[in-house]
Design a protein around this ligand. Structure first.
Ligand code: MSP
Length: 521
């Protein structure tokens, strides 16, 4: 890794509708990798925002009798609020109706034009407003888009991007950078799409008004996807190529730029976006990760069925079971990343959430914290003893020190669920250890020295568990680190090392219940 700069982006969300579980999911995944890279000591920039132009947004505004801008302002705020409630650590929130973005999108257009990749013609074909996408006749299934969206026939004057000129270049890119699209199975889909032949892409519209004006044109506005994709650059102030943000996070960056997107918008990111960038002679992103979709108790989520999952409602429901704000939010985020391997589709159900959280967090982790720390507090005045010569304990702890390498490997592969699994596995080993050693019996038998060794070993294991959990459960793990008197701000992955072990005489605070059980009446 030559550079320490890491740039991660979420898709920018359409403001035609309020936030749902899909938006929360992508954002939480981005936030977690951003936090993890920071914990590794990298210089991270995490971008999210809203996609505010296009026919879909214009229509939604009209339906509410609002001016599009007024409508966008209202809904964009809801996405900002969601980001705040979920505790996202984004560095910027971009809106495509901001001047900085509009200016850059126009500049990008001019670049493509100057380099000879744009021409004017007539577009005739199918368009699905819901997907904001063009479809060829042979892509339709029973008269609808492959996504199930309704399509209408369009004939209008349009500017075109010479996408067809990039077929071979894209195939060469995929061959040279086999990790450009993750997971691997998705890369194969992209390759076969490109191999099937690329047609030039219509990149302007005249039949409605809500969009960025095409430079030097009276009546054309930019195709919303060309507008939207450039947000990844406009947010870095790329209008000025010397801008340090652009230089660091687009040009001099490791393992990134990383775009995390849902599988439905992979084609735009893995085919159109690199083609636009090649045409503009700009560096390409490093990775596009396409995650799967959530269903609701086995059913596809859809507004018409009325089974859309609202993240804020789920958090409120958790609160109604007695969880505090922080606990409800972090339990919800934990479930999203833990329940389903990233990249696969998954099914959301409250029952599964309760089972998972109670087993892994309340029982496994919560009990370990409570039993060990309260005994240290009560029986040894909150003081840790020297555990370095306690061989059995050191053998156990070695598994915790190994977490640094294990979690890093999993996170490099976007295996969030398995990274968490490693931490849970270590916590289970610690629970077995404490059960076998039974410090409560040692106390009764008067074996105080041994009791202290066991408990202090567990305290050290909790330091390791909570540092490892910092990217996944930032608030809750920080609370436990505070009991341990370990500063969460300095709890980096590098601290998963024996060098930083809790030393003799180190004092801890009295623990309070952090990982509460969910009780559903
Ligand atoms: N505006 C475009 C993205 C432009 S990026 C330059 C867009 N917006 S969106 O609001 O419709 O979708 C945002 C994300 O939510 C997508 O990544 C999409 O995959 C994701 N999800 C929408 N429904 C989902 C589920 N049911 N489950 C998981 N994610 C899903 O597309």
């Amino acid at each position: 890794m030559s550079s320490q700069n890491f740039y991660v982006t979420s898709p920018i969300y359409y403001v035609n509708d309020v936030p749902h579980i899909g938006h929360a999911y992508t954002s939480v995944a981005c936030d977690t990798i951003a936090r993890f890279r920071r914990a590794q000591g990298m210089n991270v920039y995490f971008l999210t925002g809203t996609d505010e132009h296009g026919q879909k947004v214009e229509k939604s505004a009209m339906m509410r009798s609002l001016q599009p801008q007024e409508f966008c302002d209202q809904v964009s705020l809801k996405f900002r609020e969601m980001a705040q409630i979920l505790g996202l650590s984004h560095d910027d929130f971009i809106r495509t109706t901001e001047d900085r973005h509009k200016k850059y999108a126009q500049e990008f257009w001019l670049r493509l034009e100057k380099r000879g990749f744009i021409y004017k013609d007539i577009y005739e074909g199918w368009y699905a407003v819901r997907d904001e996408a063009f479809y060829a006749e042979d892509e339709l299934i029973n008269g609808k888009a492959p996504t199930g969206a309704d399509v209408t026939w369009h004939k209008e004057e349009s500017y075109f991007f010479k996408l067809s000129a990039f077929q071979d270049k894209l195939l060469m890119l995929y061959e040279a950078a086999p990790d450009f699209v993750r997971p691997k199975s998705k890369m194969n889909e992209v390759i076969s799409f490109v191999k099937s032949g690329l047609r030039d892409l219509s990149i302007s519209r005249t039949s409605f008004k809500w969009g960025i004006r095409v430079p030097q044109s009276e009546n054309h506005i930019m195709y919303v996807w060309l507008d939207a994709l450039t947000n990844y650059l406009s947010a870095l102030g790329s209008l000025d190529e010397k801008n340090p943000l652009y230089q660091q996070f687009w040009c001099d960056t490791a393992l990134s730029p990383l775009h995390i997107v849902g599988k439905d918008i992979l084609r735009f990111h893995a085919v159109y976006w690199p083609a636009f960038l090649m045409a503009a002679d700009l560096p390409l992103p490093n990775t596009i990760f396409a995650h799967g979709w959530w269903t609701n108790q086995g059913q596809k989520i859809s507004k018409s069925v009325g089974n859309v999952i609202d993240p804020l409602q789920e958090i409120s429901w958790l609160k109604s079971t007695g969880c505090s704000d922080e606990v409800a939010i972090e339990y919800f985020k934990y479930f999203l990343l833990r329940e389903v391997p990233f990249g696969n589709d998954g099914d959301y159900s409250r029952d599964n959430l309760v089972t998972r959280i109670n087993a892994e967090l309340a029982n496994n982790i919560g009990n370990l914290v409570q039993r060990s720390l309260s005994m240290i507090y009560k029986n040894n005045n909150g003081e840790i003893v020297d555990i370095q010569a306690f061989d059995e304990g050191q053998k156990l702890l070695q598994n915790g020190y190994d977490l640094a390498e294990k979690i890093t490997k999993k996170m490099d592969e976007f295996l969030y669920d398995q990274a968490i699994g490693e931490i849970i596995h270590f916590a289970s080993m610690c629970n077995i250890f404490i059960n076998n050693k039974a410090p409560w019996s040692l106390k009764k038998e008067g074996k105080i020295e041994e009791m202290n060794l066991v408990l202090s070993t567990i305290a050290e294991s909790l330091r390791l568990i909570m540092i490892s959990f910092q990217s996944f459960l930032p608030q809750l793990s920080s609370q436990v680190l505070n009991f341990l008197q370990v500063d969460p701000k300095t709890a980096t992955i590098g601290k998963l090392n024996k060098k930083y072990a809790l030393a003799a005489k180190h004092k801890i605070f009295e623990p309070k219940i952090v990982f509460s059980r969910i009780t559903v009446a």
